[in-house]
Write a protein that binds this ligand. Structure first.
Ligand code: MG
Length: 256
């Protein structure tokens, strides 16, 4: 069942979303060659706790950290480590979540480490644009799979592949609520979108078509052939006035 959030609840989720965005943007400012992903994780946890919030992922199904830090062929759920040191030319996906006053917020971005290849630049741009293509379909009266279709068809037309094993989701008092939101499939299916729905929309995109696999650590999802993958995510609310992106950072707000 998709829970409908009240205006005061969405107000709360907006506050949390802005908080989370500012934490993530500060962590991204520290991404550089020579930095290990555990130090980024520690920074993220300190920033979240300073705001009186709690990291949402730490302890979730046993995940050991505040952020998921996934480098290059790692798609999602990479575990931060002192031994994972960023190099020039890497791409790093950071997924981060928090809970405060009973409401969750969830977002992700993929950032370059210094100069990256043209393929990597293209992948980042297409993945980010596919998220916006999906968000444009979050409208009252649309069907849920209109969002999925917009993302999947955009990625396909760009020559990349969406990850089908992991999906977006509803969010609110739980980190993962109904509905599941795949990043592919035909339009015009699923529930109609209504005011008060809050979703985490999160395309994961890769350069190769083969299914992903999970490493022996039980968490890290990697591409089958070692090709690159990227991940962008926003928590968004649908209200009477339309779509509102709750996890928009200051920079993105300015550039529209
Ligand atoms: Mg998510």
């Amino acid at each position: 069942m998709i829970t409908i959030k009240s205006k005061p609840q969405i107000d709360k989720m907006r506050e949390n979303g802005r908080l989370l965005a500012s934490c993530l943007h500060e962590v991204c400012d520290h991404v550089a060659a020579g930095v290990d992903t555990l130090s980024l994780d520690r920074l993220a946890e300190a920033l979240i706790r300073k705001e009186g919030a709690i990291p949402a992922f730490k302890g979730y199904n046993g995940f050991p950290a505040t952020i998921c830090a996934s480098i290059n062929e790692e798609v999602v759920h990479g575990i931060p480590s002192k031994r994972r040191i960023l190099s020039e030319g890497d791409i790093l996906s950071i997924d981060i979540g928090l809970v405060k006053d009973g409401f969750y917020s969830d977002m992700a971005t993929t950032v370059p480490v210094g100069e990256i290849s043209q393929q990597a630049q293209h992948l980042l741009q297409v993945t980010k644009d596919s998220l916006w293509q999906g968000l444009e379909q979050v409208r009252i009266g649309n069907r849920l799979s209109d969002v999925s279709h917009a993302i999947g068809s955009f990625v396909e037309s760009a020559g990349f592949y969406v990850v089908t094993e992991y999906v977006g989701h509803g969010i609110g008092r739980e980190l993962h609520e109904d509905p599941q939101i795949p990043n592919f499939g035909p339009p015009g299916r699923g529930p109609r979108l209504r005011s008060g729905m809050v979703f985490a929309i999160e395309p994961m995109v890769k350069v190769d078509p083969e299914p992903t696999r999970v490493l022996d650590d039980g968490w890290t999802v990697v591409t089958a052939t070692g090709g690159l993958a990227a991940h962008f995510e926003h928590t968004v609310a649908l209200t009477d006035t339309g779509l509102e992106i709750l996890t928009l950072g200051g920079e993105e707000r300015r550039s529209g």
